[in-house]
Write a protein that binds this ligand. Sequence first.
Ligand code: ARG
Length: 293
Amino acid sequence: MSTQETAPSTTVALAPERVAQHRRYLMCRPEHFTVDYTINPWMDPAKPTDTAKAVAQWQKLYDLYLELGHEVELIDPLPGYPDMVYTANGGFLIDGIAYGPKFRFVERQGEGPAFIDWFREQGYDTREPRETNEGEGDFLLAGDVILAGVGFRSSDASQDELREIFGREVVSLTLIDPRFYHLDTALAILDPVVEPGAEVGVAYLPHAFDERSQAILAERFPNAILVSDEDGAVFGLNSASDGRNVIISPRATGFEKQLRERGYVPHLVDLSELLLGGGGIKCCTLELRGARA
Ligand code: ARG
């Protein structure tokens, strides 16, 4: 028998210490928020909205990002564009290159030029979109691979445009449940930065995807957190993570527990008012990756 001591078995189950990565985000104060059209199943113009409450809830998210040490840029809200608060749809940026959005529905199409102008003014290498795409709502960076959602909003052809612009592998994932019409409502990236080759922490709702896509996700992310339909249906996955702090809806109680078990630190922010427009935490947050030119 060896005389060497072995670590007590309890330490084996301890979750790893997670490290926060500094983030830069773009947000838009919901000064003109309301629901006066329906372009996703969550939106019902007959239900009253409260713009002041939307602003107050949004402010809590903004303040929390600053408290966590992140930087937040703001784009001016345009009157007549109540969905502009969902800045995730305003583009997709990696390494200082900004790929502009081209919205599927006419109600949001006027937002496109406003985001593109903002990227230009800020000095990003800005690319005008040829194809219909709703930015980071459908495109998520996982390590050095781009996960791209199709089925409801962004077109198949936008994935070729992504490959041309960013020269990276693009993995197409098909969304099949109309409640989860953007990729960021069905899948969350928990580790925005990882060592080359390391598995990226992700969480997703399996049955929001078709079988082909579920198989791809299972193969690429064998250790992913699989969330329940209950947590998915309250937009639990529509969350923002810096690699340690994960900002989620207070209604996603199961997901909160799963995150803690993995060593992440959940922070609860209630955006119930913005959920009336079919959006949550991630929808209100666009990652600004890379320096301006
Ligand atoms: N009402 C907006 C729309 O239907 C909500 C967008 C939510 N954004 C998101 N990234 N999932 O376009």
